[in-house]
Design a protein. Structure first.
Length: 330
């Protein structure tokens, strides 16, 4: 197949490109050529900015694509532009949405694709608007779209997340044997998929006509608690871990800005159903061992200086010291 990936050098799309090349597809990327990681050698890149609508639509509609995978569409205007560029020029169009369309607040656990769309963040609302535009285009114009909703997907191209933040200093803390913070009891569940495994799913859905007009959650079928995730990272690094639990509310009170993510999805258990995807991709099982995906991600962070010296900012040390030294009734 001749496949266009809009994006292609980022976190998930890098996994997609690797999977497509591994299946001998002809891969073409559309991006601005600004990403810190270059595309793989021998992959053709159409250079452009998708926000320059006219140029983007002209370049994309100049060729016929067996499939287009749109990784950087965030609102109805992006989706409408992709539709104008691809209508009649594509066999299968995959739109990358997100589970943040379902919440927070999240409606229970094991949320299926039919779950209520309660995502209140600008990001979630924008993705819902893009999804709705494309589903309407499927109904009215037969636009051959399939929508994927990934949950947290890790790999090169993005910092390895922990529950209380997206900065990379926690890796430095683990390496130095320093304790790390976790919010609440550390038992909120999440699904952690590697970008390599996500890439397999994006590639394997291509050409499946029964998936047109459908939405699929793209998540790891097994959930982990945040404590298990932090511990898995330490194990991958070959170090011991000490986790200090502090309630979510306390952390937000101490630093509302630093711990703002806890008000959003990191403060909730979020588990999404994998069943619908499994029904069309029965062979899709995440194969990447967590140790390998975590180490890949950390290697990328080291390469791009994304792991700051944790001694340079002592707020986490001060919180932990205060909590450990609180006068307690024994
Ligand atoms: N990672 C997660 O946990 C997660 C979870 C759910 C959903 N998602 C979704 O996954 C998608 C992100 O995919 P990704 O991880 O591959 O992306 P990414 O790491 O954010 O990389 C962005 C890619 O798009 C290109 N790009 C950015 N702005 C562009 C523009 N204006 N015109 C043309 N190209 C542009 C970048 O290259 P240049 O900079 O060179 O242009 C790069 O190739 C998003 O739709 C996001 O909502 C991610």
């Amino acid at each position: 197949m001749k496949v266009l990936v809009i994006g292609g050098t980022g976190n998930i799309s890098r996994g997609i490109v690797a999977a497509l090349l591994g299946r001998n597809h002809e891969v073409v990327l559309f991006n601005r050529g600004q990403h810190v990681d270059p595309p793989p050698r021998d992959v053709r890149v159409i250079q452009g900015d998708r926000q320059n609508r006219e140029d983007f639509e002209k370049k994309v509609s100049a060729e016929y694509w067996d499939a287009v995978i749109d990784m950087i569409s965030f609102n109805a205007e992006d989706a409408a532009s992709a539709f104008r560029a691809c209508q009649g020029r594509v066999g299968h169009f995959i739109h990358c949405s997100t589970v943040m369309t379902y919440g927070p607040p999240f409606n229970g656990i094991n949320i299926p694709e039919t779950g209520p769309l309660q995502g209140e963040s600008g990001y979630g609302l924008g993705k819902t608007a893009a999804d709705n535009f494309l589903l309407q285009a499927f109904k009215e114009d037969g636009f051959p779209v399939t929508i994927f909703k990934p949950s947290y997907t890790h790999g090169p191209g993005m910092n390895l997340l922990r529950q209380v933040g997206g900065d990379g200093s926690w890796i430095d803390r683990l390496r130095k044997g320093k304790p790390i913070l976790s919010a609440g009891d550390g038992l909120n569940y999440f699904q952690f998929l590697s970008s390599r495994d996500a890439g397999d799913a994006f590639s394997d859905i291509l050409g499946k006509t029964q998936c047109l007009g459908e939405i699929y959650n793209l998540v790891h079928p097994q959930a982990r608690t945040w404590d298990e995730w932090h511990t898995a990272a330490a194990e991958a690094l070959g170090v011991d871990i000490q986790i200090v639990h502090v309630s979510q509310e306390t952390l937000i009170n101490i630093s509302p800005e630093r711990y703002s993510g806890l008000r959003g999805n990191f403060g909730h258990t979020q588990i999404f159903s994998h069943e619908k995807l499994a029904s069309v991709l029965p062979n899709f099982t995440p194969k990447t061992h967590i140790k390998n995906s975590v180490l890949d991600n950390i290697e990328w962070m080291d390469k791009h200086n994304r792991i700051p010296d944790s001694d340079a900012d002592d707020i986490e040390d001060r919180i932990i010291e205060t909590i450990r030294n609180l006068p307690r009734i024994t």
